[in-house]
Design a protein around this ligand. Structure first.
Ligand code: MN
Length: 228
């Protein structure tokens, strides 16, 4: 059967050291997965199971670069995050086997229209337009787990115009990567190419057009964006 219109191109990410690209299927994001960030957002990190929201796959900005400051906000926030790239899908994946489903890892920025998200929270409405807008998911190239293993600890930081704004360690995650994959796969059948943005440490804040953001995760990589 022929397509009745041309779909947008498949979103892909480059893979470090590999002659090939990683297809992106869906993007799931964990909310409040570092205790200090949960506290700065006004929540008790000890009492909350993980929760998820999503972004469209084509919100990816491949390897950063120029990112347009989005419309309908005056409070755009940065959230630096470890991104898990699944190479195998599955449902009800036990945590002990979850890492077998991981192809690799990347450095992502969960850009957030905090004002729109805040209004949605107040009204008990979905966060979609606060989180899932065009170019809201800058993401680095993928480091294969076959090359770097599965980082469970290591520095994660973000600088704005050279000044450190977020600084944490992957070991501070409330729900680690295997637990997160296992929990999410109880609700939906995960697919190859699904990405999981695994939450952000404290220090989120507003950025404006012209700002230069640099993100880093030990062993995983770097990302740099300029808001234009
Ligand atoms: Mn986030």
């Amino acid at each position: 059967m022929s397509l009745v219109y041309s779909p947008p191109p498949q979103t892909t990410l480059p893979v470090v050291g590999v002659d090939g690209v990683a297809a992106v299927h869906r993007i799931y994001c964990v909310g409040r997965n570092y205790a200090d960030h949960a506290r700065e957002m006004g929540h008790d990190p000890d009492r909350e199971p993980p929760f998820f929201f999503s972004k469209p796959a084509d919100a990816i900005v491949v390897e950063g670069g120029d990112v347009p400051y989005p419309p309908k906000t005056s409070d755009l926030h940065h959230e630096i995050e470890l991104v898990v790239v699944l190479g195998r899908g599955g449902a009800d994946i036990p945590a002990a086997q979850a890492l077998d489903h991981v192809y690799g890892y990347a450095v992502g920025i969960d850009l957030t229209r905090r004002d729109i998200q805040g209004e949605a929270k107040k009204a008990g409405r979905p966060w979609d337009l606060g989180k899932g807008f065009d170019a809201s998911a800058p993401c680095s190239a993928v480091q294969p787990a076959s090359a770097i293993g599965h980082p469970a600890a290591g520095a994660i930081w973000l600088k704005v115009n050279g000044e450190t704004r977020q600084s944490g360690d992957l070991a501070q995650q409330i729900w680690n990567v295997p637990e997160t994959i296992s929990y999410l796969s109880g609700f939906i059948t995960l697919k190859p190419g699904d990405l999981i943005f695994t939450g952000t440490p404290a220090g989120v804040g507003a950025v404006v057009a012209g700002d230069q953001l640099e993100g880093h995760i030990d062993a995983v990589g770097e990302i740099a964006i300029t808001l234009v």
